[in-house]
Structures are given as structure tokens and as C-alpha cells.
Design a protein around this ligand. Structure first.
Ligand SMILES: Nc1ncnc2c1ncn2[C@@H]1O[C@H](COP(=O)(O)OP(=O)(O)OP(=O)(O)O)[C@@H](O)[C@H]1O
Ligand SMILES: [Mg+2]
Length: 362
């Protein structure tokens, strides 16, 4: 089985690391010369709009999948003529646009914070008048790691906000005073069976995910599964999807979905029976899904900018290091580690040991 992956970053790399033992081969299409997945398969070095190279990809693989959601709609439509594409074009169309996504949640009775489309400064002023402040202005498309968004706290922040985000179509959302952020990683097979991993508690700073801790029987697990199943079934989704929620007043408000394997699911590589990466590949290739049960306690910590010295990390018990082999860049995710333990106290201590190494390296 040969899988084409649009994008050759760390998610593509971890897909290949999971699929290679199953006998799968990978071809990545990515415009970057230094795409970090390239060493694990073939690399078609081309732009996402380049039909000649997209055709070359389609001609040599059994199916195509994606490692990011900002794939141009035209790319997906073009590929779909020649080869099965998972998840489907409609799933990507919705998930890449925050307004379509929020409208879908609302139509499926999934709670969301008040929001309004913003296509001009006048729209923004009207939206602020009805939603109030604080609020978050986000570009409808192409946002990631907190990029393409601005928190508006007071009236003075409103004046330049639309122009500062590039005067592109946006959405204004009420600022949610959440007590925590959780995500649910789900996988749906080609015959419509869905499995869910345990809810993950996520901590962000500067809009970037820092730490994910897999929960132990979270009280909101079944509610999160219910909301996620509604979206998966509506889209007839195939593959792994992540659903990010805000926890507020003992319930959940939907933030966003990611139509792909997700950073808050990296812990599943060592912390679950079958990882999100293997389960995504099982789903799209029509294999039975693997168990999503967790193995003890797990936490994942992202390395932003640089990876601490491997000698220090390797000395921490049950610490599993992933260095993506990416060049240093401020704010870039270049690796992660997952720590495991039988109990949550030891887990926190091991996490603190990793954090100490990150500080020492600065
Ligand atoms: N309406 C909101 N109220 C409060 N905080 C918010 C709101 N929207 C976003 N945030 C904060 O900003 C973070 C990033 O926002 P969001 O998930 O919408 O963007 P993103 O760029 O797609 O992020 P990522 O790529 O990390 O998933 C959220 O995890 C949350 O911490
Ligand atoms: Mg997010």
C-alpha cells in the first residue's frame, strides 16, 4: 500500500513512522526543500497548486491524505479525480474555514461562544457592539498556532484590528473565560465505526500548545464523544479528527476541529494501545481500527525553537523523545517528548524534570 501525503512536516513524518511497520510506503508532496518527513519516503518537491506534480503523486499512490487543513480546495478537487482522498473534500472545506466550522457546530446543536462574520472594519464595529469585549478576531482561514488572531480587550484595540490581520475575511468570537482546554482525538473508519481516545487536557502559551495530559476518566468524556460523533457522522468522515473544546461551567464549548492527526494526540504513540497515526492509516486503508485504550498515565510536552540535550532527556525514566530534525526557528515546534508513569504524581515529577532541562538550555 502506497500513501500520498500532502505536506511533509512532523505529522507526515510520524504517519510514516507508524505505517512503515505495517508495510506501507509514503510519498510526500511539499514545497519545502527541508521537509522533515522526506527521509521516510519519497519527496515530490512541488507547490500545492502544481497540477503536473499532483498528477504525478496521484499516479503512484493508492490514496492521498493530508497533514494540514489549509490545503487549497482546488488541490483536493484535482486529486479526487484520480485517487481516493481521505478525509473527503467537504471535511477539509469546512475545517479550513472557521466560519463554516462554527456554523456547522451550531447546526448540530454543539454549543459555541457567540460569533459573527467580519468582512470589513464596519462589520467589526457592529460585531463588537453585539458580542461585546473581550473578544477574539480571527482570520477565517490559514490560522495555526495562534497566528492570524488578535484578542480585543478594550475599544482602543478595535480600530486597527481588521487591518492588522490583513483586511481578509475574519470571524469575531466572544472571549471564553474557560476553566480549561480539552481535546478529543477520534478516528472513524470507512464503514462508519468511530473510536475515541481519552480526553486530553491542553495548556497553551502565546497561542501555541505546550503540554497535553491524557485524562483519567474525565467527567466530560461522553459529552465530548457525543459532539464529535455528530460532526464525524455528518461529514461521513474517514480518518483521525481532533476536536478542541473550552471547558466552562462544567460543560463544553466547541473551539475548532482539525481534520487530521493532531499535536494533542502525540502522546498516543507511547501512551495508547494503537497510536493516532496508526489508527489514521488503518481508517483510510480500510483496516479494522486499533484500540484507543491508554496505557497508564501520559503527558506530552512540546519543544518550541530547540530540543533540549538528548543526554538529559534520556536520563529521565519513561521519557520518549521525538526530535523532528527541523532547523531552529523562533516559535517553531521542533520536537516533543512523552512521559509515562503508572501514577499521576510521578508523571508530574517527570514532566517537571523535562521542563527544568528546557529552562537550563535557554
Ligand atoms: N474565543 C476564545 N476565547 C478564549 N481563548 C481563545 C479563544 N479562541 C482561541 N483562544 C485561545 O487561543 C488558542 C488558539 O486558538 P485556536 O485554537 O482558535 O487557533 P489555532 O491557531 O488554530 O491554534 P492551534 O493550531 O494551536 O490549534 C486556543 O487554544 C485558546 O487558548
Ligand atoms: Mg486550536
Amino acid at each position: 500500500m502506497k500513501i500520498g501525503v500532502i505536506g511533509g512536516g512532523q505529522l507526515g513524518r510520524m504517519l510514516a513512522l507508524a505505517g512503515t511497520p505495517l508495510g506501507m510506503k509514503f510519498v510526500f508532496l511539499d514545497p519545502a526543500h527541508d521537509a522533515c518527513a522526506a527521509t521516510l519516503g519519497e519527496h515530490i518537491h512541488a507547490d500545492y497548486h502544481d497540477h503536473e506534480h499532483l498528477r504525478q503523486l496521484a499516479d503512484q499512490v493508492d490514496m492521498v491524505t493530508f497533514e494540514f487543513e489549509s490545503v487549497p480546495a482546488d488541490t483536493v478537487a484535482f486529486l479526487s479525480q484520480f485517487v481516493p482522498v481521505y478525509p473527503c473534500a467537504e471535511s477539509l472545506r469546512i475545517a479550513r474555514d472557521r466560519l463554516l466550522e462554527k456554523n456547522l457546530f451550531r447546526s448540530l446543536q454543539i454549543p459555541v461562544a457567540p460569533f459573527a462574520p467580519v468582512d470589513s472594519q464596519t462589520d467589526l464595529e457592529q460585531a463588537v457592539a453585539s458580542i461585546g469585549l473581550p473578544a477574539v478576531l480571527k482570520t477565517r482561514t490559514l490560522g495555526y498556532d495562534g497566528k492570524g488572531q488578535k484578542v480585543l480587550r478594550e475599544t482602543a484595540d478595535v480600530g486597527q484590528a481588521f487591518a492588522e490581520l490583513g483586511s481578509v475575511p475574519c470571524i469575531l468570537e466572544a472571549f471564553v473565560e474557560f476553566s480549561g482546554e480539552v481535546s478529543l482525538i477520534a478516528v472513524r473508519s470507512r464503514d462508519g465505526i468511530s473510536n475515541f481516545y481519552p480526553l486530553v487536557h491542553n495548556t497553551h502559551s502565546n497561542g501555541i500548545l505546550r503540554v497535553s495530559i491524557a485524562s483519567h476518566q474525565h467527567p466530560l468524556q461522553s459529552l465530548a464523544e457525543q459532539y464529535t460523533a455528530a460532526v464525524l457522522d455528518h461529514l461521513n468522515y474517514v480518518g483521525v479528527m481532533a476536536f478542541e473544546f473550552f471547558e466552562i461551567d462544567g460543560g463544553l464549548k466547541a473551539n475548532e476541529i482539525a481534520p487530521r492527526v493532531h499535536n494533542s494526540g502525540h502522546w498516543t504513540i507511547e501512551g495508547a494501545e494503537c497510536s493516532q497515526f496508526e489508527n489514521h492509516l488503518r481508517a483510510i486503508t480500510g483496516l479494522p481500527l486499533g484500540s484507543t485504550a491508554k496505557l497508564g498515565e501520559s503527558a506530552m510536552i512540546n519543544f518550541i525553537g530547540s530540543v533540549p540535550a538528548i543526554s538529559g532527556l534520556a536520563a529521565i525514566a519513561d521519557c520518549h523523545v521525538h526530535d523532528y530534525g527541523k532547523a531552529f526557528k523562533e516559535g517553531r515546534k521542533v520536537g516533543h517528548a512523552t512521559v509515562r508513569s503508572a501514577d499521576s504524581e510521578t508523571l508530574r515529577r517527570r514532566l517537571a524534570e523535562i521542563e527544568a532541562l528546557m529552562v537550563a538550555d535557554k
